[in-house]
Write a protein that binds this ligand. Structure first.
Ligand SMILES: [Zn+2]
Length: 311
């Protein structure tokens, strides 16, 4: 499937909004986004403590029109446009109100709704509030396997608008003059990982495809350490200079290159050991990763899967 517009257009609610979109998509668009680009720091602390605000989330500007919301189990990204907002990942169960409170803080100048939630995979720290987002009328987009892992079927509302959208290899979302590309390059962390690419910003959001410590394939959900390197090779073909991981701070492209180099080393070493006849029970003790600063410790069915990748 090639790049195509999504149901985002369908999600556009009223003619009025369409007119304002068309105006804003012209010369005024950049100005509108620039006006929104104020740093929002530690905003959870300066209000009376309510259950929502007791969950510590904070937000920072990544690049004009793009905010990182940290906490709640993982990172979320908010992309502003002249016709609404797109959120990447929706945090752990129970954090919906805190997350949306951050979203409202960031968006209060625009008074635009969140229209789309993109899930980088099905894990609870990304997809934990999907039911609330769906109930709020927000369109959810994820790779087909991630939706299957979530048990979330594709759906439309009574008016025929797509509410849950699955894609296979890639999907381009367009909203208010902003383009966001979703790409699935094969199994790595899970069988349904999504790379979110903001081409105009030269930024990729990778979810759990980048980690500050060792990679952890979710083998039970179709993950693969062997496939992970080739997925990152495809990511590195994109033109970007900053990487937003599923948790932790934004890093530069060179951090992703270094992560892939280490991952390639692990795969190469494990493959050599298995080819040399090292059995499954001895693989982890023979596989050297301390020089990479990683502690890989696959046991049980994860070890079965890991070993099985090299046979
Ligand atoms: Zn995940």
């Amino acid at each position: 499937m090639g790049s195509s517009p999504t149901g985002l257009r369908d999600a556009r609610s009223a003619t009025l909004r369409r007119r304002s979109f068309l105006r804003a998509a012209g010369a005024g668009c950049a100005t509108a986004l620039a006006a929104l680009a104020r740093p929002v720091v530690a905003v959870a602390q300066d209000a009376p403590v309510t259950p929502a605000q007791a969950i510590q989330l904070d937000a920072e500007l990544v690049r004009t029109g793009l905010y990182l919301i940290r906490g709640g189990g993982g990172n979320s990204l908010l992309r502003l446009s002249a016709n609404g907002m797109l959120l990447v990942d929706g945090n752990l169960p129970g954090t919906y109100r805190a997350l949306m409170s951050q979203v409202r803080r960031i968006s209060k100048l625009s008074d635009m709704p969140v229209r789309v939630l993109v899930l980088t995979d099905h894990h609870p720290e990304h997809a934990g509030n999907s039911a609330q987002f769906a109930a709020a009328g927000i369109t959810i987009v994820a790779q087909r396997e991630a939706l299957a892992n979530l048990g979330l079927p594709e759906s439309q509302d009574a008016a025929g608008r797509s509410r849950v959208i699955a894609y296979d290899d890639e999907r381009t979302l367009r909203m208010g003059g902003v383009e966001v590309q979703l790409k699935h390059f094969g199994p790595a962390r899970t069988s349904g990982d999504t790379v979110v690419y903001f081409p105009d910003m030269k930024i990729v959001a990778l979810g759990d495809l980048f980690a500050t410590d060792a990679p952890e394939p979710d083998f039970a959900a179709g993950g693969s350490l062997l496939g992970w390197g080739s997925v990152l090779a495809r990511v590195l073909e994109l033109d970007f200079d900053r990487v937003v991981p599923g948790r932790g701070p934004v890093v530069g492209r060179e951090a992703l290159v270094a992560f892939k180099d280490k991952l390639d080393a692990v795969v190469s070493r494990a493959g050599a050991l298995v080819r040399a006849g090292v059995g499954e029970d001895a693989l982890m003790s023979r596989l050297r990763t301390d020089d990479l600063g990683w502690q890989l410790d696959f046991t049980g069915t994860a070890l079965n899967s890991f070993y099985g990748e090299f046979r």
